[in-house]
Design a protein around this ligand. Structure first.
Ligand code: TRP
Ligand code: SF4
Length: 549
């Protein structure tokens, strides 16, 4: 199997747990990204530092009409969202997809994701919403009857909130044959050791659970089956391991890997910078760039330009090796010495990763200008990197490959529970279900914890702590809708001591009640739209809960 050294699934320094969250954690600010554990994130900064998630704020300006969840920092992070923002700006194709495990009622936390899908659809994206029923059955042990009931509820809420069914795609994992076929292909590029390292799977993990992982990988790439396009996956940060793995698999499925090289050997990015610089200096010293040899660059890097003698080159008869901790320059020197008299010349390289013989031949044929063909790669001397990338994808698509673009993601903050801790589906008072009786919703908000002070007097003096207040979160994440001014007014009045919790909660409770009434009315209207789905909301599956979870 071909593995890339630049793989994103670098599992060494990550904290991953097996299911259930039973393993104790080392410290309070230890970050874990566990798709099936109980995810809380105490420190979002760590997600940037340890996992390489990027800050959303940094590209907010590049997003046309950003959604309020983006403007208010609820969507706090992303992986490679730029190509999606760019496609949006340029009116090019792009897609959005997310999935829902039908394990309970959809609640206001899920609404964030529903809204993200719908917004991207409104910006012109191909939109996909899926029910992760295979995952619910295999990883959570739900029966098919339970799954059917919840699946319907998720879809109704998604449609009620504005998902355009005529223009978008809804599916259930279990009933999508094309998806299963893709999952099977992707499974051919993954192995058990990776499942262990990424998800903490072990000898006790049931096999269907593993199958649900490759199914999710297929979900994430599904929008690109017809043709490659930038795709965003809006999720909570607990799903990031899935996103990284899917990005990896997308790359492993490619026919060719395009790199930039200077001779027969491969260079990593840091080495390439060193060699590029040496090459440029050498070109200044010769009349004909073709006269530059690898050994010249080795001499230059070791002893400077003055030491290079094109008439009398040293001969390196030994084979050199670099120490594991050698600097990029030292590593480059070793490679250059080993290549000796080989000409040093910049080129773009197509490495054969998965290409069929036909595709390889077609590529050779299609490369314009000077080229050199080897068993496992083709070097092109007159193609830019961008041209090479484009050509590689074109040949792949012409030869029945997928040509996947690594999928992007955006991450939203987890909502705080109304009772203070985590918002959890198993603690009804901690969350508001989209199916809650509007009056219950009103009551739950009224009895929520706040960031208020112990007395009204103190509150007037010091102001409330809106940043720690679950009620303020309701305003920011949901109740203010697109109205930034209203959200800001609540915030300013709170921290300024003008707003007291009693009245503030009353207002929030009323808005919540109105929202639920309205949403539930729209759910009824959505019933009709669900009649015309091309899959069944009643599965004819039989089965029992799997073992080991
Ligand atoms: N694993 C997700 C969850 O736990 C559900 C899911 C399945 C999903 N396939 C997906 C999410 C694809 C995003 C994209 O809720
Ligand atoms: Fe929270 Fe409102 Fe009280 Fe401020 S006034 S702490 S926002 S409930």
């Amino acid at each position: 199997m071909t593995r890339d050294t630049d793989s994103e699934t670098d599992v060494q320094d990550e904290e991953m747990r097996t299911d259930g969250g039973e393993t104790d954690t080392a410290g309070a600010d230890n970050v874990q990204l566990d798709p099936w554990g109980s995810s809380t994130v105490s420190d979002y900064r760590k997600l940037f530092e340890e996992f390489g998630i990027e800050e959303f704020d940094e590209l907010l300006d590049e997003v046309p009409n950003p959604h309020y969840l983006m403007r208010r920092g609820v969507i706090f992070g992303h992986r490679d969202y730029r190509p999606v923002a760019e496609a949006m700006r340029d009116g090019d194709d792009f897609a959005v997809l997310s999935g829902f495990m039908p394990t309970g009622d959809p609640h206001i936390g899920h609404k964030l994701v529903f809204d993200e899908i719908i917004w991207h659809q409104q910006q012109g994206g191909d939109a996909y919403g899926l029910i992760a029923d295979l995952e619910a059955h295999s990883a959570r042990g739900l029966t098919w009857d339970e799954i059917d009931e919840h699946a319907r509820d998720y879809l109704l809420s998604l449609v009620a909130l504005g998902f355009d069914v005529d223009d978008g795609t809804l599916y259930r994992q279990s009933q999508n044959r094309e998806l299963q076929d893709l999952a099977f292909e992707l499974g051919g590029k993954a192995n058990f050791s990776e499942f262990q390292a990424i998800y903490g799977f072990d000898g006790e993990t049931n096999v269907s659970h593993m199958q649900s992982v490759v199914t999710q990988m297929a979900d994430i790439l599904y929008p690109q089956v017809e043709k490659p396009k930038p795709t965003v996956i809006p999720v909570g940060p607990d799903q990031d391991p899935h996103v990284r793995f899917a990005r990896d698999l997308a790359t492993r499925m490619r026919f060719f890997k395009v790199t930039e090289a200077y001779a027969s050997f491969e260079l990593d990015t840091a080495e390439r910078l060193v060699v590029a610089d040496a090459y440029d200096q050498l070109c200044e010293l010769v009349d004909d760039d073709h006269d530059v040899r690898c050994v010249d660059a080795a001499v230059l890097l070791e002893s400077g330009t003055d030491a290079v003698d094109f008439e009398d080159r040293p001969r390196y008869d030994d084979t050199f090796g670099a120490a594991a901790d050698a600097t990029p320059t030292a590593r480059a020197i070793v490679k250059l010495k080993n290549a000796g008299m080989e000409p040093l010349r910049p080129r773009t390289r197509f490495l054969d990763r998965n290409a069929t013989e036909g595709a390889f031949d077609a590529l050779v044929e299609a490369v314009e200008g000077e080229k050199r063909v080897f068993d496992e790669h083709v070097d092109a001397f007159d193609l830019s990197r961008a041209e090479a990338d484009e050509l590689a994808r074109e040949i792949e698509l012409d030869n029945d490959g997928y040509g996947f673009i690594p999928p992007s993601s955006i991450y939203h903050r987890f909502m705080t529970g109304l009772t203070g801790g985590k918002m959890s589906s198993s603690v009804p008072a901690s969350h508001i279900s989209l199916l809650d009786d509007p009056e219950d919703g009103y009551d739950k908000v009224k009895s929520a914890t706040t960031g208020g002070r112990s007395t009204a007097e103190e509150q007037r003096e010091l102001g409330g702590e809106a940043d720690k207040c679950p009620v303020y979160e309701l305003y920011a994440y949901l109740l203010s809708g697109d109205d930034d001014e209203f959200a800001k007014k609540v915030y300013d009045e709170c921290v300024g001591g003008e707003r007291l919790c009693g009245g503030c909660k009353e207002q929030a409770a009323e808005l919540m009640q109105e929202f639920l009434e309205d949403h539930q009315e729209k759910r009824e209207e959505a019933e009709e739209l669900l009649e015309n789905l091309d899959f069944s909301l009643e599965s004819d599956r039989r089965g029992v809960a799997p073992n080991g979870e």
